[in-house]
Write a protein that binds this ligand. Structure first.
Ligand code: ADP
Ligand code: ZN
Length: 603
């Protein structure tokens, strides 16, 4: 069978995604390769399809047991003989897999790295050595690099595989884009004359927004309201925040589960499973909630606090919309986040110039005014061809530049000066808005000339200005316990001389006009065009039932993309069903009648 035939038969896909064919050809030719594609770009297929096309057994190194299990379940569901082997399996299951390997039953074997190189892996390696290994694929290959965001020591030893199988080609796959990580992967794995394929980092189906943190809970609820009944992840920067936010959401009627490294193992994996199995749609988490989140229909990712680098942001927000359908990524950031990171990194002795630079880039992104897609891909060294992405707050016209930025900046700066450079953004905001509160009065700040100077601005707007002035270097943060605002030399210069910064620009969220709905991104409307939502929901319920019965997550049965297409085109024959995206031969045999019955039940 040719590669396109394999794609059609086993996956029900009719064409290749960018770079997939090139990547598969490298594997077919037995030439070492490194493929970099963003999350959801379709990396797994690049080793799975060649594993079917080539003779022998393909070995796939994968870091997480949950990830392996998902992929193998999906493969088996598509009619591909694959298995995984790891230490968490009961011994009978392991014996069964070993037998299968000996009998040559599998095309693909997923293994954890410690099985291959650690102590106790010897016997298993001996077994593999006696077999015709077709190639070795290393998934999530950035785990081998200390520069990556998810370094794992076991990965370091994978170079030894090359010694064991000098003639077998090795192929690395990652979503981490930086050149440094890429080089490191090549060197650490000992790839030879490797074909390097780096895809575009743009994710056109993601709608990016940035909000200045002001009234965090209200801002979060605003996003949740847009996504009722859909799956989402809310990232926080500390465990304490995770616990309290998750608790608060549950108290407010939004069912959610917390996830962070401080929870007992069993509770943590229960919460993750609940999310993957669609028992619950919201997870509040720290970065610990990461790899292995293969649920493809995550419709939004909120960051309640800025991550420490744009790499982290790209990874974490990238968990949205893996099925290619519309999804929203909202960063709710404040200048205080960056101070917090700096203090924490200093305290842990992890601060370096590189780290400082990464934080600075993240801070600039949060305070920037311009197309988010362009900014993000630009950061990864890619030019962005479009002028209007149609899928970010800037391009959707949700931001507006302030008419007289110098005057606004000078008002904020002078308030910072008047309160003695001893207060944080919240207090400065209160004074500027003329809020008649105890904190303001007790300090006599209601008598300052700046009191109420900007009473028409909203809290959100003022917090946004403060963040932008921080990012522009006109303000800085000091203080140990909580961040206080101070003027920089540049800020002082602008206070003294209104002409000191002629290029200054400031932006704010446009206030919604009464009776006018906000503009929707094209991706958001397109994905639902012609879809019978009622049928879609019934298909979802059917998928859930099948998934429960088989003990696999729903996305292993069908992706939302497939269900939407069925609910759009309403196929009533097997032939028509086979033309649907994501319905391969096995899936059609297996579930076709059930799907058609559901479609007809409505007619
Ligand atoms: P990655 O590993 O790069 O994050 P996956 O391999 O999980 O991405 O692929 C993301 C989704 O896209 C999966 O549901 C996969 O089945 C689907 N996909 C991959 N290749 C194609 C293709 N050529 N056509 C349609 N869908 C595809
Ligand atoms: Zn844009």
């Amino acid at each position: 069978m040719t590669l396109p035939e394999i794609l059609e038969k086993y996956w029900g896909y009719s064409s290749f995604r960018p770079l997939q064919l090139e990547a598969m050809e490298a594997v077919m030719a037995g030439r070492d390769s490194l493929l970099v594609l963003p999350t959801g770009g379709g990396k797994s297929l690049c080793f799975q399809a060649p594993a079917i096309a080539r003779e022998g057994l393909a070995i796939v190194v994968s870091p997480l047991i949950s990830l392996m299990k998902d992929q193998v379940d999906t493969l088996v569901g598509n009619g591909v003989s694959a298995a995984y082997y790891n230490s968490s399996m009961p011994s009978e299951a392991r014996a069964d897999v070993t037998r299968g390997i000996r009998e040559g039953r599998f095309r693909m074997l997923y293994v954890a790295p410690e099985r291959l190189v650690g102590d106790g892996g010897e016997g298993f390696l001996k077994l593999l050595e006696s077999l015709p290994v077709s190639f070795i694929a290393v998934d999530e290959a950035h785990c081998i690099s200390q520069w990556g965001h998810d370094f794992r020591t076991e990965y370091r030893q994978l170079a030894r595989l090359r010694e064991r199988w000098p003639a077998v080609s090795m192929h690395a796959y990652t979503a981490t884009a930086t050149t440094r990580v890429r080089k490191d992967i090549m060197a650490q794995l000992g790839l030879r004359d490797a074909t390097e394929l780096v895809g575009s980092f743009d994710r056109p189906n993601l709608v990016y927004r940035v909000l200045a943190r002001a009234t965090l809970k209200a801002q979060i609820l605003g996003v949740l309201e847009r996504h009722r009944g859909q799956a989402g992840i809310i990232y926080c920067t500390s465990r304490k925040e995770v616990d309290s936010l998750s608790q608060w959401l549950n108290d407010t009627g939004w069912r959610s589960r917390p996830y962070h490294a401080g929870l007992p193992d069993d509770e943590r994996s229960r919460n993750q499973d609940a999310f993957l199995n669609e028992e619950v749609d919201l997870v509040v988490a720290t970065v610990a909630f990461g790899m292995g989140i293969d649920r493809s229909n995550v419709r939004f990712v909120i960051h309640a606090g800025a991550p420490q680098s744009l790499e982290h942001y790209q990874q974490e927000s990238g968990r949205a919309g893996r099925d290619g359908l519309e999804a929203e990524c909202v960063l709710i950031a404040s200048g205080a986040d960056f101070l917090k990171w700096r203090v924490m990194l200093e305290k842990n002795g992890e601060m370096s110039d590189a780290r400082r630079g990464l934080l600075r880039d993240m801070e600039r992104y949060a305070a920037s005014v311009g197309c988010r897609h362009k900014r993000l891909v630009g950061y990864f060294g890619e030019a962005f061809a479009k002028d209007d992405c149609g899928a970010c707050d800037y391009c959707l016209g949700e931001l507006e530049t302030v008419g007289d930025p110098v005057m606004v900046a000078r008002k904020v700066l002078s308030c910072v000066a008047r309160v003695g450079q001893r207060f944080g953004a919240a207090h400065v905001t209160n004074v500027l808005r003329g809020s008649d509160s105890e904190q303001v009065r007790s300090r006599g700040h209601h008598q300052l000339s700046v009191f109420g100077l900007m009473k028409d601005a909203t809290i959100d707007e003022l917090r946004g200005y403060v963040d932008q002035l921080l990012a522009h270097g006109l303000l800085q943060q000091g203080g140990d316990e909580y961040p206080i605002l101070q003027l920089t030399a540049e800020g002082l210069a602008l206070l003294k001389d209104a002409g000191a910064h002629p290029d200054l620009s400031l932006a704010r969220q446009k206030r919604p006009e009464k009776g006018r709905l906000p503009k929707r991104a094209r991706v958001e409307t397109e994905g639902w065009e012609g879809v019978d939502k009622d049928l879609f929901e019934r298909l979802r319920a059917m998928r859930m039932q099948v998934a429960r019965k088989r003990g696999v997550p729903p996305y292993v049965i069908f992706h939302d993309t497939t269900l939407r297409e069925i609910a759009r085109t309403k196929p009533t024959t097997m032939g028509a069903l086979r033309h649907i995206y994501g319905v391969g031969a096995r899936k059609a045999d297996d579930l076709g009648e059930m799907v058609i019955a559901e479609v007809q039940a409505q007619a």
